[in-house]
Design a protein around this ligand. Structure first.
Ligand code: FDA
Length: 394
């Protein structure tokens, strides 16, 4: 049985970062993954350009049952540290709105950088390796049975990610290991995910597929995002929708402001003064895409002139624009979700080194634990920061 100081399961964002960090500290490190390629989620992220971090990362941009948990790791490895690493490897990048940083060329650059770091640090990577059994011996060593032989290690790191995108090899393995060692795992659900229509909504709105509008969307708990909304055949997507899905529970309404920063009632009243005979249709079509206006309101309302609307009707119209309340059917689930909400309960882990409090030597890094970030590079920043926190401690 070959012995290592550290074995990391999962050659994704967190696992590779952890491996290089531990390797540079002189640790004898092996990374195991059952996939045939390392960092597959990195490769498809950010439309192939990987939104690898964000200029401004703050703890409130992460969802975790314990909101303080992320603070220590995020403070010790900042987005500026990762940017410095990217620059050292000569990777060109650019900033998009809300401080999001993307590779100029390809997400492959980030995977190549991480693999190079692993190689330079001496960490070994072994892909296509199914792990069938993990146990802890009386002397505190972990033993792993794999399809490619048996290994033992002093520190075992679980960096197997969440359940999103099963076709990319996502598995519940990390949760199973946590449970095997007696750790609590919080219920998981799809996050950063598009919503789907109820059947009656679908027949009314599916023709809007492809329309994008700037919005402010508010979840039932008051959390708000101002970004684009995209109508799809199946429902609603776009950054504002993905963001708000992290704060949504089945059955809850979301409130969509289709004219963010403007008061629709004031706009109606001032147009009434200048163009009293203008139709509601023509008025609203100057503010919103015409197809959206036709789908939102009845033809009888739209055919009226502004001066034929009663006060109540005007208020209702304005309300539907500034506070369009929708109860969506559900989400597209893990198939298209970018992240998994829930996971290994952070109460089981030390926030400093992410080691299981009741299982010395067992560590968790990345999305496998109950930490999910907003859209915008925050999930990778958590993978980098948690990977480094563990790599510095094992
Ligand atoms: P990650 O999923 O990266 O790695 C887990 C590894 O464990 C994989 O290599 C997997 O093969 C391996 N594994 C799983 N089960 C195993 C088993 N049983 N045995 C052995 N190995 C196993 N975030 C962001 O910040 N910016 C972005 O642009 C995007 N874009 C994006 C697009 C899409 C389509 C998705 C699905 C996700 C994103 N994300 C993102 C989220 C981001 O990809 C995600 O949060 C990180 O990859 C999480 O890193 P981890 O290392 O924790 O898991």
């Amino acid at each position: 049985m070959k012995h290592y100081d550290v074995i990391i399961i999962g050659a994704g964002a967190a696992g590779l970062m952890c491996a290089a960090t531990a390797g540079y500290r002189g640790k004898n490190v092996l990374v195991l993954d059952n996939a045939k390629q390392a960092g597959r989620k990195i490769l498809i992220s950010g439309g192939g350009r990987c939104n690898f971090t964000n200029q401004k990362v703050e703890p409130h941009q992460f969802i975790c049952a314990n909101p303080h948990f992320v603070k220590s790791a995020l403070a010790r490895y900042r987005s500026s540290d990762f940017i410095e690493l990217v620059e050292r490897h000569g990777i060109e990048y650019h900033e998009r709105e809300h401080g999001q940083l993307f590779c100029n060329d390809s997400a492959k650059d980030i995977v190549t950088m991480l693999l190079t770091e692993c190689e330079w640090s001496g960490a070994k990577l072994q892909l296509r390796t199914d792990i069938s059994d993990i146990s802890k011996t009386g002397d505190g060593t972990f033993e792993l049975t794999t399809a490619k032989g048996d290994y033992s290690c002093d520190a075992l790191v679980i960096a197997t990610g969440g359940l999103s995108m099963p076709k990319l090899g996502a598995t519940p393995f990390g949760y199973q290991i946590a449970k095997q060692f007696g750790l609590n795992v919080l219920p998981t659900t799809a996050g950063l995910v598009p919503f789907t229509w109820h059947s009656e909504q679908k027949s009314r709105f599916e023709s809007l597929s492809g329309i994008a509008v700037p919005t402010t969307i508010t979840a039932a708990d008051g959390t708000q995002f101002s970004e684009a909304l995209l109508f799809t055949h199946r429902g609603l997507s776009g950054p504002a929708v993905l963001q708000v899905s992290n704060y949504w529970q089945p059955g809850q309404a979301i409130s969509i402001n289709l004219l963010p920063n403007e008061n629709a009632l004031d706009k109606l009243l001032s147009t009434l003064e200048t163009h009293p005979k203008q139709s509601v249709r023509n008025t609203l079509s100057q503010w919103l895409p015409k197809r959206l206006v036709e789908a939102l309101f009845d033809a009888t309302q739209l055919d009226k002139a502004l001066n034929q609307l009663g006060h109540g009707e005007r208020e209702l119209l304005a309300n539907n624009i500034n506070q369009w309340s929708l109860v969506m059917n559900g989400t597209e689930g893990y198939r298209t979700a970018e992240v998994t909400l829930g996971g290994v309960d952070t109460n089981e882990l030390s926030s400093k080194d992410l080691q299981a409090k009741k299982v010395p030597g067992l560590y968790f890094a990345g999305e496998v634990m109950d930490v999910s970030g907003w859209l915008g590079g925050f999930n990778f920043q958590w993978a980098w920061a948690s990977g480094v926190a563990v790599g510095m401690s094992v």
